[in-house]
Design a protein around this ligand. Structure first.
Ligand code: NI
Length: 181
């Protein structure tokens, strides 16, 4: 893998809280971006990463995540559009969720247990990714990122506050180690 590990943007960084721009050029720079995103995701031990999580305002995410059968699925989606089942056909999965941009805490968040994303690969070929299990959650979480939405924005006010409090106390503890040298 040729990508460069880049720092992960944290909650509060403006690029995480507004919709990203669509990709218009399927060029070498896009391929480099995806390589950097994969390298950054693996370094951070995440199962998915959106471009704005490394500070880039473009609609791209990468994932390496098991589905409900435990099959590992990996890829990149450019300009994703999420498709969920009709409301009456949805089943919710009340699993745990966390985010590399809010490192530390997790919270239960009910989401549809299957999801489909339509988009493009790095060469501009149309692709469709169908996800079940953790991959369904991941596809929804990452497309949310590109809309400027974090999973904590889907929690109750109380649960959101609890997650942010835990995150902030961990950040305060970690600070001395973050100094150079
Ligand atoms: Ni996230």
């Amino acid at each position: 893998m040729s990508g460069q590990v880049r720092p992960i943007t944290l909650v509060g960084t403006p690029v995480l809280h507004r919709p990203c721009r669509p990709v218009e050029d399927f060029d070498a720079a896009l391929k480099d971006l995806v390589d950097d995103m994969l390298a950054s995701m693996y370094e951070a031990e995440g199962v998915g990463l959106a471009a704005n999580q490394i500070g880039v305002d473009l609609r791209v995410f990468v994932y390496d995540c098991p589905d409900e059968d435990g099959e590992r699925r990996r890829g990149a989606v450019v300009n994703p559009v999420l498709e969920l089942l009709a409301l009456e056909n949805r089943r919710l999965d009340d699993g745990d969720e966390g985010c590399l941009s809010v490192p530390g805490p997790h919270a239960r968040l009910a989401r549809p247990d299957r999801a489909t994303v339509h988009g493009y690969d790095v060469r501009g070929t149309a692709i469709t990714v169908e996800g079940t299990g953790l991959l369904a959650r991941c596809l929804q979480h990452e497309t949310d990122h590109l809309e400027g939405r974090l999973y904590i924005d889907r929690l109750s006010a109380r649960a959101r506050k609890k997650v942010l409090k835990e995150y902030e106390s961990l950040q305060a503890e970690a600070e001395p180690d973050a100094l150079p040298g």
